[in-house]
Design a protein around this ligand. Structure first.
Ligand code: URA
Length: 216
């Protein structure tokens, strides 16, 4: 596994909340609150690749050229349903120009391969270099679903440097799988855990993220 393009965000606020969300004693509401707090930190890191422009702004005492995110870019947050949904409220709060393009995939319990059931990714990407994509899924386990999602965007000509994977807990197997196909893609995560068990769960992980977030 090459950690060059893996950004592990492990400041104390993230660690505090990661500890809470992993703990089996934390109820669903607690998991959601902790996950959202981590999400913010990960998204701030992701936003470092967004292009800036200058905008004239009048403060109450002066006029100056402020820097701001280029309003002309197509910024897309693509949550992989269902656990990836937990990122969306935070994402549109802090990146109001983003649109949310849902990707519905579930993991076949036997094959661990993704099965598509919903796709809101745009058909075309005119000026693909103007597209910036954050694919969100709290658990990067085998990486199979994430790979499918990346491919969907990469095949439209969107540069790999404009596509980021945002997860909270990653397994080395999943990172390797992604890097085998897209060695230059950036993965932003709060932790890289030991590995997968025979059922494809991340160890120590947090169990089934969707179940823990949505209380099922
Ligand atoms: N998906 C989850 O929700 N948890 C895991 O540990 C692996 C995949």
């Amino acid at each position: 596994m090459n950690l060059k393009n893996v950004k592990i965000i492990s400041n104390p606020v993230v660690l505090l909340n990661l500890c809470t969300m992993r703990d089996e004693k934390t109820d669903s509401q607690g998991v959601r609150i902790a996950t959202r707090k981590i999400t913010r930190c990960l998204l701030y890191e992701a936003s470092k690749n967004l292009p800036l422009v200058e905008k004239e702004v009048k403060t109450p005492v002066a006029t100056f050229n402020a820097k701001t995110i280029d309003p002309e870019i197509n910024l897309i947050i693509s949550p992989i349903l269902r656990a990836g949904l937990i990122f969306t409220d935070e994402a549109i709060d802090i990146l109001p120009q983003a649109c949310i393009r849902h990707i519905g995939m579930y993991r076949d319990e036997k094959t661990l391969k993704p099965v598509w059931y919903y796709n809101k990714v745009p058909m075309d990407a005119p000026n693909p270099e103007k597209f910036y994509i954050y694919i969100t899924d709290p658990m990067l386990a085998t990486g199979n679903s994430l790979l499918e999602a990346i491919k969907l965007y990469a095949d439209k000509g969107i540069p790999i440097k404009n596509i980021k994977c945002i997860c909270i807990i990653a397994a080395p197997e999943g990172i390797k799988n992604i890097q085998k196909h897209y060695p230059d893609i950036e993965i932003i995560t709060a932790a890289v855990d030991e590995g997968l068990n025979e059922k494809g769960y991340i160890i120590p992980g947090m169990g089934d993220a969707g179940d823990r977030i949505f209380n099922t």
